[in-house]
Design a protein around this ligand. Sequence first.
Ligand SMILES: [Zn+2]
Length: 253
Amino acid sequence: MNTFPRPAFRQRRPLLVIIAPHPDDDILGCGLLIDAARRAGWRLLVVALTDGQASHPNSARWPAAALGRLRRGEMRRGLARLGAGRVPLRFMGWRDGALAVDGSALRLRQLLHAVGATNVVAASPVDHHPDHRAAWQLARIATSARWCRLHAYEVWARSETPQRPHFAAGKAAKRWAMAAHRSQVTGYIADDPEGFVFAAPILRRLIESGETLRLGRTKVVRSRNTDPRSRSSRAACREPHPDRRAPALRRSP
Ligand SMILES: [Zn+2]
């Protein structure tokens, strides 16, 4: 049975915000979660921090800007294939391969503030990719002054050390959704032999192993001033959150 985080507040249709360092992390790390959330009546917002435009750096046919546009389209198509219809998507357009924490945390915080985010999932800090670790730091700092539950999902770390998944249903839809990312799972970009393409066994393992969520923080800091443009709020964005506990997930009612 799927395990689902409790909404931070009693809401008729709570909002779940998924923070993806690259297009395809939303499906790889949260495809089953998105499917479960949709069925449970949650609203969804997916935030892509980068366009993944560094995956094929030597392609003449797909220079960075064109590759970024291609991958944005793949992301939209992948989410649509999950049956989620038109999931609201926000592209931050930050630099792939060099995701920085500095000023980006404030912009992410402003976005989360604007949509009233109370439940956020982000790539895990144990994932062995600098952009994934940076995404976690960004999410942690950006949610530090809000009433907000923050969960971590694993992509790469999970493929190395499989655990008992919280989400296991819906793998066929997830497989179909990942196939939409043809630049990453096929030889669609043929003029860059150094470019990234998933090896079939790894992709299979990432899909078949299900998904795990870890609660990164449930305690929430009250900010005296919750206006993201304020000085105290900007200071909160620069300060790392001290709470590193990871309590067990609770089963949804
Ligand atoms: Zn990624």
